[in-house]
Design a binder for this molecule. Sequence first.
Ligand SMILES: Cc1ncc(COP(=O)(O)O)c(C=O)c1O
Length: 408
Amino acid sequence: MLNNGLEIQIRKFASTGRTPFYLYDLAAIRDRIQLLKRHLTNELDIFYSAKANSHPRLLELVKGLGIHVDVASMGELERAIAIGFLPRQISFTGPGKRPAEIARAVDLGVGAIVLESFDELSAIEAHAGRTGQIANIAPRLTPSQRVGHTGRLVIGEPSQFGFDESNLDELAKRVDESTSVRLVGTHSHVQSQILHHDHVLKNFEFALQMSLLFQSKLKSPNLGENFRLCLGGGFGIPYTGRAVPLDLEQLGNQFKKLMAEAPSAGPKGVKYKFAIELGRYLVGEAGYFVAHLLSKKTAKSNDRTITYAIADGGYSQCQIACGVGQVVRTNLPFTVLNQEGGERAPGPMTVSIAGPTCHSQDLIVREAALDGIEVGDILVVQSVGAYGKQFSPTEFLLMPEAEQHFIG
Ligand SMILES: Cc1ncc(COP(=O)(O)O)c(C=O)c1O
């Protein structure tokens, strides 16, 4: 069910006829960030992963609320700079940084280049050495254990991300000996879309232990003013009606305990600063994908009758709404607004809603039980503020691009 103010805005934008579109509720993002800060303490640095949604309006909003930014490409880096993030508020992750990206990050003096491999360290050192600079680095550490998003403990799985335990001696030696890098912390991110606070916390603990292990191997690194321990994130959002949202209060209580019990200073007594990195949790639930229903028909096979409605947008503009990326296909939360000013209620009709292309995955709603469906109704898919527009190939069939509107 949509709140009344939101429904009015959606109907207003839809009445222009220019569907499909995305609508972002900026007030919801503001509320989410304030809630986070309240539960997790203000001393924590929160990074927004721009990969979730790098629209300038969202970057500006989070920046204004004191959030730092994590970028993963030159495009995101340049956008963050253009928005006005200070280089020290930026971290640059990603296992495949190009030479030009490394050079730009070093020249800008970004807060941390998150180091993913020895080759990357060599490339950073080469550029910094050549240009007489010292680059800020935070190695990405991959603990040998992590809790997956289903809650299962995953042990000893090799990964293309960062350094595992077998790399730590060499990593410490290289960092100790380097004259062109400054160690400003460590970084971990092992899992996304976790809905249970215990699992998030467990991964934070693994990240902390791994960081302490790495630090214990260092002899005389060149250090920054603080040592930032980015413990990851992975806070999930409910993508189905049955999913239980993350309990932020419990998470906050346990997180504060973890921080209180952790040492407060690292190598050479440099003070720790804790950080987390979140994408979908900040913006995912604030985004809506909206399309009009263009036509409908009834399909019968054996004893099954399904009413298909065809929307004017889908896979081309919002893959995530079509189950792309899901292991088990489930409908995202959605609402159908009728033309009488109300919402379609649960009912006896089996309704599937497809997008307008011939792609077999262009199916947004599969077999929902509704009280009816009509051409002209408005489909509103929820929870697509992250990895929605970013992940969608508008080029497919040269379909129209979804506009983006902002309220709040
Ligand atoms: C290094 C890193 N940080 C943060 C994120 C953001 O994840 P989420 O949007 O689930 O919070 C990702 C997602 O792929 C990631 O790879």
